[in-house]
Design a protein around this ligand. Structure first.
Ligand SMILES: [Fe+2]
Length: 187
């Protein structure tokens, strides 16, 4: 089966029962398709597949540690998904910052971190899509996260540190899209 199709079906299996998170995941996959020109053409299916799969770690049957990027990545590794997808899920949207807050950096280090256009685009798709699938700006999305978690919560502390770093990822994605548009429609 085609990679993106297989990812969509796997995501539906794990995330559809979770209610509004399924709306979020479907919207992130659609947003990743819109952003696909920000990655090399050979990576486009990988981006969209990773967008489908990024939050499967929230499913109780695989969420063993309750740190969803790690749980999702471990499941995908066990199921022999391509390594690049496994690593993208492990490190999506500032997981390394949250791992640090939760004392789980050693576990997350099972998965190599690669600062790539692919990770930037996945981060951008996730962080410009709200929890019910609505389109948000990066800043609106971060404010929305702060509104759901009290300042003592590790997620809140994570985003204080991650916010400026991931803003750069979103900016790089926009710059790559603009460069790609200019290259395909020269004045
Ligand atoms: Fe996530």
């Amino acid at each position: 089966m085609e990679l993106v199709q297989q990812a969509a079906e796997t995501a539906e299996h794990f995330v559809a029962p979770l209610g509004r998170r399924w709306k979020h995941v479907q919207a992130v996959a659609a947003r990743a398709s819109e952003l696909k020109d920000a990655v090399p053409s050979r990576d486009r299916d990988t981006l969209v597949a990773a967008a489908w799969l990024h939050d499967i770690g929230y499913a109780p049957e695989i969420g063993h540690t309750k740190f969803h990027p790690l749980d999702g990545a471990r499941y995908l590794r066990e199921q022999e998904w391509p390594e690049v997808i496994v690593n993208l899920v492990a490190h999506h949207s500032g997981a390394r910052f949250e791992a640090d807050e939760r004392g789980m950096s050693d576990e997350l280090a099972e998965f190599p971190f690669e600062d790539s256009a692919l990770l930037d685009a996945l981060v951008t798709a996730d962080l410009t899509t709200g929890p019910a699938g609505q389109r948000l700006t990066y800043d609106e999305r971060i404010e929305e996260i702060f509104s759901r978690y009290t300042p003592e919560d590790p997620v809140h502390r994570t985003w204080v540190k991650a916010r400026p770093v991931l803003a750069e990822a979103a900016l790089r994605t926009e710059q790559r899209l603009t460069a790609q548009r200019l290259a395909s429609h020269p004045k």
